[in-house]
Design a protein around this ligand. Structure first.
Ligand code: FE2
Length: 162
């Protein structure tokens, strides 16, 4: 085993990839756009045309009680500001959060509100009172909402969405 194989590029013929687009994006330049639940806003950072998932910043008003929703794919996130809870399970600023695929829940945002970075691995599902599906939030819907908010110029639209 070569223990120093990643230490320096001097001894290899592999060179770093030339890029034409910056790997970095200043999300503070995007406006917060209204999201699908009352008292919530989003900034769309990326879409995943394979899974229907997306990457976003989510902002929630103080003391918001979200309606029951489901996750067709898992969600991973980091709480950047504030916190929220699922009943007696509490998350705070700096915490990593994992919501598994297939879960249904009803999170409550703390008194300080919430800002969270989230990688959503598949669509979200909202329900009517009788348990029927009220709506699906997937990558394409997120992209369309970001376009409508004038906040999608940084995202490459997948060719099969034409
Ligand atoms: Fe959720």
């Amino acid at each position: 085993m070569q223990v120093n194989q990643f230490k320096s590029s001097e001894s290899t013929t592999v060179t770093a990839t030339a890029t034409t687009k910056s790997a970095f994006f200043d999300a503070s330049k995007l406006p917060w756009a209204d999201w699908v639940m009352p008292g919530t806003w989003f900034k769309l950072l990326n879409v995943n045309p394979i899974t229907g998932g997306f990457t976003m910043l989510l902002k929630v008003e103080a003391s918001n009680e979200a309606p029951v929703h489901g996750h067709l794919g898992a969600v991973e996130g980091i709480i950047l500001e504030g916190g929220f809870s699922y009943d007696e399970d509490h998350g705070y600023t700096g915490n990593y959060v994992y919501e598994g695929a297939g879960i249904r829940h009803e999170p409550n945002t703390h008194a300080g509100g919430l800002v969270m970075f989230a990688v959503v691995h598949g669509p979200l599902c909202g329900y009517n009172g009788d348990g029927s599906v009220a709506g699906i939030v997937d990558a394409r819907k997120m992209y369309d909402m970001a376009v409508a908010a004038g906040a999608a110029d940084h995202i490459e639209k997948p060719a099969h969405w034409e």
